[in-house]
Design a binder for this molecule. Structure first.
Ligand SMILES: *Cc1c(COP(=O)(O)O)cnc(C)c1O
Length: 350
């Protein structure tokens, strides 16, 4: 039987967390002389920023829980996805001792966070068609393996990873399986959030940075069992999501239609862009995409990247990462932006 308490680092179990003024008194009425705030208001015209924000973002989570059909106590909000990624390492991985499994080519932040926390990484490359090398991963698991990071749809390859493989890992691995769904809105896949009640070792990451168009707010969502969420709450900085972000997140969640409309437009542009890219001679392969970007194999990534820069078009050169020789990652832009890209590429001469 899976037991979070046996997985978490021992000192986290007994750690006395910081207790904020807003933890100790949660009432709304009264004269608040407990948090050393400025009683007159703020230097800004809007006076409401003089009070510390809700440390647990209850209003945001209530709305989010409705949209995602889960319970508020299954949600942790972080300063971007970077924060929960870091907190998972800090809660579950003993430095110089434990290890995690990563599957390149994938999002770079998992490895940076592992290195920062001095946790070993075991890298099991995806297969040539960017799927999980399931035998390789199962063989790599040892009794010090605490986390497996899976990104689906995967960055930079843009494809979704097979559910059977993920389910196999969830059922056979005693540590946490973290599924990063940053691009889920652009895929037809159902979210793994639906399966939280079946898998106590499942952690799902989503973000406001992509489909919601709120990268500047730095707001990442984590969905997991209440027990896992409780440990993240225990070790997070007390007021990790500021008041402005909480207010804007509530507005955003009330405006889900706008998100869906933008996703629809991006999907239409993605399909057009894929067709147009495949007609360009220096593009040798257009990989199928379930995300808001397309990975392409080119005749010479560096030269084409530089040529596009000269034309004031910036794409991501991924040619140095595993399985991505001579590959560029292109974000789907607006119709005009995509037309500029295609017309520049059509004029490219090697
Ligand atoms: C963009 C992206 C994120 C989002 O990170 P934030 O810190 O929430 O902006 C997370 N995971 C992957 C794979 C991404 O590509």
């Amino acid at each position: 039987m899976f037991n979070v308490e046996s997985l978490v680092r021992k000192h986290i179990l007994t750690l006395q967390p910081y207790s904020s003024a807003r933890d100790e008194y949660t009432g709304k009425e009264g004269i608040f002389l407990d948090a050393n705030e400025n009683p007159y208001g703020s230097v800004l015209e809007h006076e409401k920023y003089n009070r510390y924000p809700d440390p647990y973002q209850r209003k945001v989570k209530e709305k989010l829980a409705e949209i995602k059909t889960c319970n508020p106590n299954q949600i942790f909000l972080g300063n971007g996805s970077d924060e929960p990624i870091d907190l998972l390492f800090r809660a579950f991985c003993e430095p110089h001792h434990d290890n995690v499994i990563l599957m390149p080519p994938t999002y770079g932040m998992y490895e940076v966070s592992a290195n920062l926390n001095q946790v070993f990484t075991k890298k099991i490359k995806l297969t040539a068609d960017f799927q999980i090398d399931i035998d390789g991963v199962l063989k790599a698991i040892d009794n010090r393996t605490k986390l497996i990071f899976i990104c689906s749809p995967n960055n930079p390859s843009a494809n979704s990873l097979k559910k059977v493989h993920i389910r196999l890992l969830l059922s056979n691995f005693g540590g946490l399986v973290i599924i990063d769904e940053a691009y889920i809105d652009f895929a037809k896949d159902r979210s793994w959030i639906e399966e939280l009640s079946d898998f106590p070792n499942l952690v799902v990451l989503q973000t406001f940075s992509k489909a919601w168009g709120l990268a500047a707010l730095r707001l990442g969502m984590t969905f997991a069992s209440p027990e896992i969420i409780e440990f993240l709450n225990k070790i997070k900085p007390p007021y990790n999501i500021n008041e402005v972000t909480q207010e804007l997140a509530i507005q955003a969640l009330d405006n889900i239609k706008r998100k869906n409309d933008m996703v629809e437009a991006i999907l239409q542009e993605r399909e057009k862009l894929a067709v147009e890219l495949s007609k360009i001679p220096c593009i040798l392969k257009v990989y199928p995409s379930n995300a808001n970007f397309i990975l392409v194999k080119t005749s010479s990534a560096k030269q084409i990247y530089d040529y596009l820069i000269d034309n004031k078009i910036i794409v991501r050169d991924r040619s140095k990462v595993a399985l991505c020789d001579d590959s560029l990652r292109i974000t789907v832009g607006t119709q005009e932006e995509n037309e500029s890209l295609i017309s520049a590429l059509a004029k490219y001469k090697s």
